[in-house]
Write a protein that binds this ligand. Structure first.
Ligand code: NAD
Length: 420
């Protein structure tokens, strides 16, 4: 049986890259584990007057290159090991895209689909309160992740601000609403960065028979923040979006789907399923559709040893974190299927989070074009650095991205010296 524990997977990915990094073994040993794991239990009064106890985590993996940074996930399957993996991936991601942050992640075990807005706000406030000073504008800066959004960030900011009066607390979280210190382009940043990577891959000739985005047939798994905008941007570039899915099901249309119309349908009905003119396919069939670009934008472990051989895409761009297992990576690499790894492909989100943080500190708001131009430049540079290194060493892009990232974090660690 394949080991699908996300933290074990993150450690395997790390181990594969270390042979391409010349760093002290002790320093490398310190990078494979998180610096701090916080687990909190807190009661919340539910709408029906009962009390329910929730479990939350904040994992701070590494802060050698800057304050801890990473999203907060609300999902029934959140576990300590999942949050540890996601935190480690943040450390490597911030290093790959070269923003001066470390890596962290948070999560609360809950089912947001069964919670009212008031209950979600109460969970968010109590979780934030109990994290206390382990987060802060120069300490650890949360952001949105699965089933959290700009409203969640507004509540985190408010809770922190109420308990830390007299300071500019806006930089304590990113992904905030525009009216409350958010940045232009943050909501779309993860998808934008992912599509910039796809465009660069096409321009590099990595997708057989596809010369521009307009030639591409694209499938997107997950239709939330990352997935819906990725589908939209691919469509804007002229691509045919032939398959889409969410947690309730998957749809396809060989003629192409209009992501804006699908989004309107999802807003009306709660799912992409039933979109007029589409046919319903199973979640398995969606992943295996004949296409040029597959964008997993949902959860971990979607491409495994079991289904990797049946993936027909020529290019996989990981908008999600951890969608591909190491055994699947091996199979895809052998078959010549290119994978733009998560720590590169979805680095646009943390990049614009960094821009939001800088704007909050400077009390400024940058124009949308400024944010977009900066994001494109950073993503393009990171993309070619990773794929040039992969080509030079004849290795897969994930191992290349890890090697660059681990080298950067290890070098800064040695430069700072181990205290005391
Ligand atoms: P989201 O909550 O906005 O959307 C999640 C989507 O996934 C929803 O449409 C949901 O229906 C769908 N989904 C859930 N389970 C599914 C399943 N089994 N099959 C198909 N679809 C399913 O979350 P998001 O922020 O878009 O995050 C998606 C992924 O992108 C996660 O892996 C997250 O870590 C990653 N990511 C997000 C950001 C960000 O800025 N939001 C940044 C980097 C990486």
């Amino acid at each position: 049986m394949e080991d699908l524990n996300p933290f074990h997977i993150a450690q395997t990915q790390f181990a594969r890259a270390t042979q391409f990094v010349s760093a002290d073994a002790g320093i490398l040993g310190s990078l494979i584990r998180p610096f701090r794991v916080t687990r909190i239990e807190f009661p919340v009064e539910m709408d029906d007057g009962t009390y329910q106890v929730f479990t939350g985590f904040r994992v701070q993996h590494n802060n050698a290159r800057g304050p801890y940074k990473g999203g907060i996930r609300f999902h029934p399957d959140v576990s300590e090991d999942e949050v540890k993996a996601l935190a480690a991936w943040m450390t490597w991601k911030t290093a790959v895209v070269e923003v001066p942050f470390g890596g962290a992640k948070g999560g609360v075990i809950c089912d947001p689909k069964r919670l009212s807005v008031r209950e979600k706000r109460a969970i968010t406030r109590r979780y934030t309160m109990q994290l206390g000073n382990t987060i802060g504008p120069t300490v650890d800066i949360p952001a949105p992740d699965v089933y959290t959004d700009a409203s969640t960030m507004a509540w985190i900011f408010d809770t922190y601000d109420m308990t830390h009066p007299g300071s500019n607390n806006l930089p304590v979280v990113t992904g905030k609403p525009m009216e409350l210190g958010g940045s232009h382009g943050r909501e779309t940043a993860t998808a934008r960065g992912c599509i910039v990577c796809v465009e660069e891959a096409i321009a590099r000739g990595m997708v057989d028979g596809v010369k521009t985005m307009a030639d591409a047939r694209v499938v997107v798994q997950g239709f939330g923040n990352a997935g819906s905008f990725a589908a939209q941007f691919a469509h804007d570039g002229g691509a045919k979006v032939i398959g889409l899915s969410d947690s309730r099901g998957a749809i396809m249309s060989a003629a192409g789907l209009d992501p804006k119309a699908v989004l309107a349908h999802k807003q009306d009905t709660g799912s992409v399923v039933g979109f007029p003119g589409s046919s319903q396919v199973s979640a398995t069939e969606l992943m295996e559709l004949e296409c040029d670009v597959l964008i997993p934008a949902a959860l971990e472990n979607q491409i495994t040893a079991e289904n990797a051989g049946r993936i027909h895409a020529k290019l996989i761009a990981e908008a999600a974190n951890g969608p591909t297992t190491p055994a699947a990576d091996d199979q895809l690499f052998q078959r010549g299927v290119h994978v733009i790894p998560d720590i590169l492909a979805n680095g646009g989100g943390v990049t614009v989070s960094y821009y939001e943080w800088v704007q909050n500190i400077q009390d400024e708001q940058w124009e949308p074009e400024v944010v977009d131009a900066k994001l494109r430049k950073k993503m393009t540079r990171a993309f070619h650095a990773v794929f040039n290194f992969a080509a030079e060493k004849s290795i897969d892009a994930r191992t290349a991205a890890y090697a660059l990232a681990v080298d950067r974090v290890a070098r800064v660690t040695a430069m700072r010296g181990i205290w005391p």
